[in-house]
Write a protein that binds this ligand. Structure first.
Ligand SMILES: [Zn+2]
Length: 409
């Protein structure tokens, strides 16, 4: 079935589901739904109607297939997101042609992560064509907006009970964490915005004003010289790859202050500066502590400098998640990969976040992993591709795992 699976993936890649803004979601959901219907599933299209990003121009349409004629439990749910990030520069092939060359399928979203969707759908179909009768149920979902947080996608399915411990036993998210590894979870995320306030004055006499940009730089220096050394020695027990991400991190995502850089400038002391920060945290760091440490840095500056005025606003918090390495899902998936590839798969955790948080925190499903055939570092890059042999191997490992998790006759 490899040829058929590759052709399906090519068709998927030719639907440019670029996010933002979320193009062609309905078309893609219906394409996946059509194939699932052919392969013996009942289909539901779940539109995230209560979300503000669900608009007539860009509807947020998810697809859920439930395999017919099988016992309801245990239930294994395969999930993949079908949104892709914008193309960007540097491509040498058409990013939406799905061209196959040298055993690789090229295109935006091949690795991340339409290959994963193809692999799981054809894994279960292979069992069906081989007359393997599963003693449990399989669901397959294609969801939107993972790249922008997944709120209209997996979060919506979990909040509305489609993916929930009351009906779902195991979830495999087919993200590209490499065909020979199992990903158990991810670190936490705390995004926040800091605004510093100054006092406007003529730029030729800056001593009559207070520069908000200088105040922001005081905060950034304190992050570099106080916060980073204080948190940098914390090493997580999570098996994060690459190992450099086993420590807490903080990144300045953006900064703006004073007059807009593109416009005509008049000489003024900047009275406002904004910056957005991205703090990644470990299982071992409670979010309350992570927040308090940032506020302590700000307060310490304010105590020494009466001109230091600031506001801090939380933008997003994602709790870290990690599925037990000894759980049935992890040991079964690992054994299945070993039987297909002949080597012991490393159990890893991801430095960045993906939809597992929604499955575990909103759907309360305890056994959730990421496993998929793409090549992690090619995600979001020009000339993104997935190797055909990885697609086939990943699909075989998923088929074996489904048989073993659900039982078969
Ligand atoms: Zn992805």
């Amino acid at each position: 079935m490899a040829g058929e699976m590759v052709a399906f993936l090519q068709e998927l890649v030719r639907i440019p589901t670029v996010n933002p803004p979320g193009e062609n979601y309905r078309e893609c959901a219906e394409f996946i739904g059509g194939r699932l219907l052919e392969f013996g599933y009942d289909i539901a299209y779940i539109e995230a109607t209560s979300r503000p990003e669900h608009t007539p121009r860009h509807p947020r349409v998810n697809v859920l297939g439930t395999l017919r004629d099988t016992p309801a439990r245990p239930r294994l749910h395969f999930n993949g997101h079908f949104d892709v990030v914008p193309v960007g520069d540097g491509w040498t092939v058409d990013p939406f042609s799905g061209i196959v060359r040298d055993g690789k399928i090229f295109g935006r979203g091949t690795t991340d992560q339409k290959a994963g969707i193809a692999a799981s759908i054809y894994a279960v179909e292979a069992l069906r064509r081989a007359d393997v009768r599963l003693r449990g149920n399989v669901e397959q979902s294609g969801t939107v907006d993972e790249e922008s947080g997944g709120f209209a996608g997996m979060a919506y399915l979990a909040e509305h009970g489609y993916v929930n411990r009351d009906r779902t036993d195991y979830v495999i998210i087919t993200e590209p964490l490499e065909v020979d590894r199992v990903c158990l979870g991810h670190r936490g995320v705390y995004w926040f915005e800091v605004e510093t306030r100054g006092r406007i004055a003529h730029g030729s006499m800056p001593f009559f004003g207070v520069s908000a940009i200088t105040k922001m730089s005081n905060f950034i220096e304190a992050i570099e010289h106080e916060l980073k050394p204080a948190i940098g020695g914390r090493l997580t027990s999570m098996p994060v790859e690459p190992p450099g991400a086993r420590y807490p991190s903080i990144n300045i995502n953006s900064i703006s202050g004073g007059q807009p850089a593109g416009g005509i400038q008049t000489p003024c002391v900047a009275d406002r500066c904004h910056a957005i920060f991205d703090r990644r945290f470990l299982m071992e760091e409670p979010i309350e502590q992570v927040r308090a440490e940032i506020r302590d840095v700000l307060d310490k500056i304010a105590r020494k400098d009466s001109d230091f005025q600031y506001q801090i606003k939380d933008l997003m918090t994602v709790q870290p998640v990690l599925t037990d390495a000894k759980s049935t899902l992890v040991t079964t998936m690992a054994a299945s990969i070993r039987d297909v590839l002949g080597s012991e798969p490393p159990l890893i955790a991801s430095p960045g976040t993906y939809d597992q948080k929604h499955v575990m925190r909103l759907g309360f499903v305890e056994q959730c992993i990421a496993y998929g055939p793409g090549i992690l570092h090619l995600s979001h890059q020009p000339d993104e591709y997935c190797r055909v042999d990885h697609l086939v191997e990943g699909s075989k490992a998923m088929a074996l795992a489904a048989m073993r998790l659900l039982g078969a006759e």
